[in-house]
Design a protein around this ligand. Sequence first.
Ligand code: PSU
Ligand code: MN
Length: 305
Amino acid sequence: MSPLPLIFSAEVAAARAEGRAIVALESTIITHGMPWPQNLQTAKAVEAAVRGAGAVPATIAVLAGQLHVGLEPDALERLAQAQGVAKLSRADLAVCMARGGTGATTVAATMIAAHLAGIAVFATGGIGGVHRGAETSFDISADLQELAQTPVTVVAAGAKAILDLPKTYEVLETLGVPVIAFGQDNLPAFWSATSDIPAPLRMDSAAEIAAAAKMRAALGLPGGQLVANPVPLADQIPAETLAPLIARALEEAAAQGIAAKAVTPFLLGRLFELTEGASLKANIALVLNNARLGAAIAREMAASA
Ligand code: PSU
Ligand code: MN
């Protein structure tokens, strides 16, 4: 029996044996972040983008109690069509597995699984963070604490713009998480390439990002890094266009009493409707862009290992 309760896909097992670059991918974006069938098409395209950039994709999910690192194509397709799948974070990952359940992994749970599997890079869309109104709801994503304690470099288009972005980056600073804008001086805002929040750190190459992760480990510092990679300009939605739509979705969430884990999926779903699909198009473009950068970073790490 494997000492860890992990199941590797054939492709990931081979890559591990050969010491090849691997990029972890999450599954909540598939089950809770995008509608069918774009969720499956995107999941496949993201895996293909990682392969095209010279690394091996490892999509992570809990299926019938087992933590899978790399999904075979039929398992990915079933997960994308499944209804009522749990959304797993640090708090509920082990419980789901112990009960033999099935669940999609958030950024936090995917980081835990990636680290257990020895995968140092993870690409996704946008991390969770401090929700607007957190001063009364206390709704702060477990993704932030995870970045503070689990040594995985997460490539995202920043935190999702439905959140309170200034508060999210304040908390990351407090937690000692390096927030690195890729190729620009301000932070991206998920569907928008830029924001008025200055980037705490800026890097312009995958090699620099890999070297920073290595140095963090050499210093014995816990935790990962957040690489904030802007959505390609051609695919972005300007922040001014989104602001009133986000405000409206937030009002509806409050009026309907949407709380806890349901908040992010509800807001993403409403934004999809309110932008007539434009938010999904941008979301797909940014995830693909992050997959390519994640692969480049993983290759640098594998080359210097
Ligand atoms: N990125 C996307 N879409 C998503 C997510 C990320 O483009 O749906 C998911 C991630 O799994 C992230 C979660 O961890 O949203 C945040 O949820 P919450 O705010 O409940 O912590
Ligand atoms: Mn939350």
